[in-house]
Design a protein around this ligand. Structure first.
Ligand SMILES: [Zn+2]
Length: 237
Protein backbone atom coordinates (compact mmCIF):
# COMPACT_ATOMS: atom_id res chain seq x y z
CA UNK A 1 0.00 0.00 0.00
CA UNK A 2 1.23 3.47 -0.85
CA UNK A 3 -0.22 6.83 0.08
CA UNK A 4 -0.58 9.44 -2.66
CA UNK A 5 -2.40 12.71 -3.08
CA UNK A 6 -3.84 14.85 -5.83
CA UNK A 7 -5.30 18.31 -5.72
CA UNK A 8 -8.67 19.40 -7.02
CA UNK A 9 -9.29 23.17 -7.12
CA UNK A 10 -7.05 23.61 -4.11
CA UNK A 11 -8.55 20.71 -2.15
CA UNK A 12 -6.02 17.98 -1.34
CA UNK A 13 -7.33 14.43 -1.81
CA UNK A 14 -5.30 11.62 -0.28
CA UNK A 15 -5.67 8.09 -1.52
CA UNK A 16 -4.22 4.68 -0.82
CA UNK A 17 -2.88 2.85 -3.83
CA UNK A 18 -2.92 -0.94 -3.79
CA UNK A 19 -1.36 -2.84 -6.64
CA UNK A 20 -3.20 -6.09 -7.14
CA UNK A 21 -4.78 -8.45 -9.56
CA UNK A 22 -7.64 -6.29 -10.80
CA UNK A 23 -8.64 -5.78 -14.42
CA UNK A 24 -7.56 -2.18 -14.62
CA UNK A 25 -8.29 0.45 -11.93
CA UNK A 26 -10.91 0.47 -9.14
CA UNK A 27 -11.65 3.39 -6.90
CA UNK A 28 -13.78 3.47 -3.76
CA UNK A 29 -14.40 5.53 -0.62
CA UNK A 30 -14.66 3.24 2.42
CA UNK A 31 -16.80 3.83 5.51
CA UNK A 32 -13.83 5.33 7.36
CA UNK A 33 -13.69 8.06 4.73
CA UNK A 34 -10.53 6.74 3.08
CA UNK A 35 -10.08 6.76 -0.68
CA UNK A 36 -8.75 3.42 -1.85
CA UNK A 37 -7.50 2.82 -5.39
CA UNK A 38 -6.62 -0.67 -6.60
CA UNK A 39 -4.78 -0.97 -9.88
CA UNK A 40 -3.21 -3.71 -11.92
CA UNK A 41 0.59 -3.78 -11.83
CA UNK A 42 0.87 -2.98 -15.52
CA UNK A 43 -1.01 0.32 -15.24
CA UNK A 44 1.52 3.20 -15.23
CA UNK A 45 1.31 5.56 -12.27
CA UNK A 46 0.63 8.59 -14.47
CA UNK A 47 -2.51 6.87 -15.77
CA UNK A 48 -3.68 6.13 -12.22
CA UNK A 49 -3.11 9.73 -11.20
CA UNK A 50 -5.07 10.98 -14.17
CA UNK A 51 -7.87 8.54 -13.36
CA UNK A 52 -8.11 9.73 -9.74
CA UNK A 53 -8.03 13.32 -10.96
CA UNK A 54 -10.98 12.63 -13.28
CA UNK A 55 -12.95 11.23 -10.31
CA UNK A 56 -12.10 14.12 -7.96
CA UNK A 57 -15.54 15.65 -7.84
CA UNK A 58 -17.19 12.27 -7.23
CA UNK A 59 -14.69 11.61 -4.39
CA UNK A 60 -15.33 14.97 -2.75
CA UNK A 61 -19.09 14.41 -2.86
CA UNK A 62 -18.65 10.94 -1.42
CA UNK A 63 -16.39 12.13 1.40
CA UNK A 64 -18.95 14.80 2.25
CA UNK A 65 -21.57 12.05 2.42
CA UNK A 66 -19.46 9.94 4.82
CA UNK A 67 -18.82 13.02 6.96
CA UNK A 68 -22.55 13.81 7.03
CA UNK A 69 -23.32 10.33 8.35
CA UNK A 70 -20.67 10.77 11.04
CA UNK A 71 -21.96 14.20 12.04
CA UNK A 72 -25.50 12.86 12.29
CA UNK A 73 -24.46 10.41 15.04
CA UNK A 74 -25.26 11.63 18.56
CA UNK A 75 -21.99 12.53 20.30
CA UNK A 76 -22.02 9.54 22.64
CA UNK A 77 -22.70 6.99 19.91
CA UNK A 78 -20.29 4.11 19.32
CA UNK A 79 -19.89 3.20 15.67
CA UNK A 80 -17.32 1.68 13.37
CA UNK A 81 -14.82 4.33 12.33
CA UNK A 82 -15.40 6.61 15.32
CA UNK A 83 -12.34 8.38 16.73
CA UNK A 84 -11.67 7.54 20.38
CA UNK A 85 -8.96 9.18 22.45
CA UNK A 86 -6.83 7.03 24.74
CA UNK A 87 -4.18 8.74 26.90
CA UNK A 88 -4.27 11.68 24.54
CA UNK A 89 -3.78 9.72 21.30
CA UNK A 90 -6.49 9.30 18.65
CA UNK A 91 -7.59 5.76 17.77
CA UNK A 92 -10.08 4.52 15.19
CA UNK A 93 -12.74 2.23 16.62
CA UNK A 94 -13.24 -1.05 14.76
CA UNK A 95 -16.26 -3.10 15.80
CA UNK A 96 -16.64 -6.78 14.92
CA UNK A 97 -19.03 -9.55 15.96
CA UNK A 98 -17.54 -12.12 18.28
CA UNK A 99 -16.41 -12.96 21.78
CA UNK A 100 -16.36 -9.99 24.09
CA UNK A 101 -12.89 -8.50 23.87
CA UNK A 102 -11.18 -5.15 23.38
CA UNK A 103 -7.65 -4.70 22.09
CA UNK A 104 -5.61 -1.64 21.38
CA UNK A 105 -3.01 -1.53 18.64
CA UNK A 106 -0.92 1.33 17.31
CA UNK A 107 -3.85 3.43 16.12
CA UNK A 108 -6.88 1.16 16.28
CA UNK A 109 -9.10 0.04 19.14
CA UNK A 110 -10.58 -3.33 18.13
CA UNK A 111 -13.81 -4.16 19.85
CA UNK A 112 -15.21 -7.61 19.35
CA UNK A 113 -18.61 -8.02 20.92
CA UNK A 114 -22.10 -9.50 20.81
CA UNK A 115 -23.59 -6.10 21.57
CA UNK A 116 -25.04 -4.30 18.62
CA UNK A 117 -26.75 -1.29 20.20
CA UNK A 118 -24.81 1.83 21.08
CA UNK A 119 -25.78 1.69 24.78
CA UNK A 120 -24.40 -1.85 25.16
CA UNK A 121 -21.25 -1.00 23.25
CA UNK A 122 -20.71 2.05 25.37
CA UNK A 123 -21.02 0.21 28.69
CA UNK A 124 -18.65 -2.51 27.46
CA UNK A 125 -16.14 0.12 26.38
CA UNK A 126 -16.40 1.96 29.71
CA UNK A 127 -15.82 -1.32 31.60
CA UNK A 128 -12.63 -1.79 29.62
CA UNK A 129 -11.59 1.83 30.21
CA UNK A 130 -12.13 1.28 33.95
CA UNK A 131 -9.80 -1.75 33.92
CA UNK A 132 -7.11 0.29 32.15
CA UNK A 133 -7.66 3.22 34.53
CA UNK A 134 -6.94 1.26 37.69
CA UNK A 135 -3.32 0.53 36.75
CA UNK A 136 -2.66 3.82 35.00
CA UNK A 137 -3.90 5.99 37.87
CA UNK A 138 -1.96 3.93 40.44
CA UNK A 139 1.23 4.32 38.42
CA UNK A 140 0.80 8.08 38.12
CA UNK A 141 0.08 8.38 41.85
CA UNK A 142 3.25 6.36 42.60
CA UNK A 143 5.20 8.82 40.50
CA UNK A 144 3.60 11.91 42.04
CA UNK A 145 3.31 11.02 45.71
CA UNK A 146 7.06 11.13 46.57
CA UNK A 147 7.06 14.77 45.37
CA UNK A 148 4.28 15.82 47.77
CA UNK A 149 4.65 13.57 50.80
CA UNK A 150 6.90 16.06 52.61
CA UNK A 151 3.91 18.42 52.65
CA UNK A 152 2.15 15.93 54.91
CA UNK A 153 0.06 14.43 52.12
CA UNK A 154 -1.04 10.84 52.88
CA UNK A 155 -0.86 8.12 50.22
CA UNK A 156 -4.55 7.91 49.34
CA UNK A 157 -6.73 5.04 48.21
CA UNK A 158 -7.97 5.56 44.65
CA UNK A 159 -11.56 4.98 43.61
CA UNK A 160 -12.32 4.96 39.89
CA UNK A 161 -15.77 6.18 38.86
CA UNK A 162 -17.52 7.23 35.69
CA UNK A 163 -18.70 10.74 36.44
CA UNK A 164 -20.58 13.28 34.34
CA UNK A 165 -19.48 16.61 35.73
CA UNK A 166 -16.29 16.33 37.79
CA UNK A 167 -12.82 14.93 37.13
CA UNK A 168 -12.05 14.03 40.70
CA UNK A 169 -12.80 14.53 44.36
CA UNK A 170 -11.01 14.10 47.67
CA UNK A 171 -12.29 12.72 50.97
CA UNK A 172 -9.89 13.66 53.73
CA UNK A 173 -11.60 11.50 56.42
CA UNK A 174 -11.12 8.25 54.50
CA UNK A 175 -7.81 9.36 52.91
CA UNK A 176 -9.14 8.61 49.46
CA UNK A 177 -9.42 10.33 46.12
CA UNK A 178 -11.97 9.58 43.48
CA UNK A 179 -10.91 9.86 39.84
CA UNK A 180 -13.12 9.94 36.77
CA UNK A 181 -12.40 7.05 34.38
CA UNK A 182 -13.08 9.53 31.55
CA UNK A 183 -9.59 10.86 32.33
CA UNK A 184 -8.20 7.85 30.45
CA UNK A 185 -9.01 9.70 27.23
CA UNK A 186 -6.67 12.54 28.15
CA UNK A 187 -2.89 12.77 27.94
CA UNK A 188 -0.99 11.89 31.15
CA UNK A 189 -0.24 15.52 32.09
CA UNK A 190 -3.98 16.23 32.20
CA UNK A 191 -4.40 13.27 34.58
CA UNK A 192 -1.43 14.43 36.68
CA UNK A 193 -3.06 17.82 36.99
CA UNK A 194 -6.21 16.27 38.49
CA UNK A 195 -4.21 14.06 40.87
CA UNK A 196 -2.14 17.03 42.09
CA UNK A 197 -5.35 19.00 42.52
CA UNK A 198 -7.01 16.34 44.65
CA UNK A 199 -3.86 15.79 46.71
CA UNK A 200 -3.65 19.52 47.43
CA UNK A 201 -7.08 19.23 49.05
CA UNK A 202 -5.47 17.20 51.85
CA UNK A 203 -3.81 20.50 52.83
CA UNK A 204 -6.56 22.97 51.91
CA UNK A 205 -10.18 21.88 51.59
CA UNK A 206 -11.23 25.00 49.68
CA UNK A 207 -10.13 26.58 46.41
CA UNK A 208 -8.44 29.47 48.14
CA UNK A 209 -5.40 31.41 47.00
CA UNK A 210 -3.22 29.21 49.23
CA UNK A 211 -4.65 26.12 47.56
CA UNK A 212 -3.74 27.33 44.07
CA UNK A 213 -0.33 28.55 45.23
CA UNK A 214 0.44 25.03 46.42
CA UNK A 215 -0.87 23.48 43.19
CA UNK A 216 1.27 25.88 41.15
CA UNK A 217 4.32 25.01 43.22
CA UNK A 218 3.79 21.33 42.46
CA UNK A 219 2.77 21.70 38.83
CA UNK A 220 3.50 25.14 37.32
CA UNK A 221 1.65 24.38 34.07
CA UNK A 222 -1.52 22.97 35.69
CA UNK A 223 -3.78 25.62 34.16
CA UNK A 224 -2.78 24.82 30.61
CA UNK A 225 -3.39 21.10 31.28
CA UNK A 226 -6.79 21.83 32.78
CA UNK A 227 -7.80 23.85 29.73
CA UNK A 228 -6.75 21.03 27.45
CA UNK A 229 -8.71 18.56 29.54
CA UNK A 230 -11.86 20.68 29.36
CA UNK A 231 -11.72 21.26 25.63
CA UNK A 232 -10.11 18.28 23.91
CA UNK A 233 -11.29 14.99 25.31
CA UNK A 234 -15.02 15.20 26.01
CA UNK A 235 -16.68 12.91 23.47
CA UNK A 236 -19.97 12.13 25.19
CA UNK A 237 -19.10 8.41 25.54
ZN1 LIG B 1 -11.00 20.98 44.04
Amino acid sequence: MELHAIEYEGIPIEYELIRKDVKYINLRVNKHGQVVVSAAKRVPFSVIEEFVQSKALWIINHLAEVEKIRMAQPSGAMYDGKTLYYLGEPYTLHIAQGLRQIQRSENIIYMSTFQTDSVGLRSEYLDWLREQATGTFAKLLDEIHPKVKDYGIPYPKIQVRNMRSIWGSCTVETQSIRLNLQLMKADPDCIRQVIYHELAHFRFADHSRRFYALLTEWMPNWKECKERLETMYKDGV
